[in-house]
Design a protein around this ligand. Sequence first.
Ligand SMILES: [Cu+2]
Length: 194
Amino acid sequence: MRFSFPVLAAAILPVALGATFNVTIGAGGQLRYSPETVTAAAGDIVNFIFHPSSHSATQSTFNQPCVPLASGFSSGFMPVASETGVLPMFQVTVNDTTPIWVHCEQTGHCRSGMVFAINPPASPDPESFSAFQALAMSGQTASATSPGSSSTTSGSSSTTSTGYPQKTASGASKQSATEILGGLVGAMLVAAVL
Ligand SMILES: [Cu+2]
């Protein structure tokens, strides 16, 4: 029994060691994601936590910040009644470091700057997060004429390789997030006790 632990550890560590970034959406009634960007490695998880009253985490593109990407992920609208209640979550697993652009689909929210990005190029890159947010708030879309923009906006291939949605069942608190990993953590704890 105890000799099975090294094998078990080797099997689960590549999953268990990925970092998890918690990102609140609409906390304190603000039309913002917090933080607004994360720098994530392949295998990391971005865990969106929804606050009242109804927001989404929906993938878009740099050039069209407020337009859902057809092949992208979306949490859908997450109605939440109270800050003090159970807050629903939506998790995206990052598969590579290609920038992933996200916005809130609720009417007017993206236009208010309610956008988010995973691994955006650093400012002053023309496709930095601040440029993305400014474009969202302008209500405009960018033409794909700037150098380098085509590779990140041309499509479904990069999208499907960068994120898989993992929608939690119906409402999950942080404790439920632990439960998601409960099987793995439990296995490690049992091994540690042994
Ligand atoms: Cu919103």
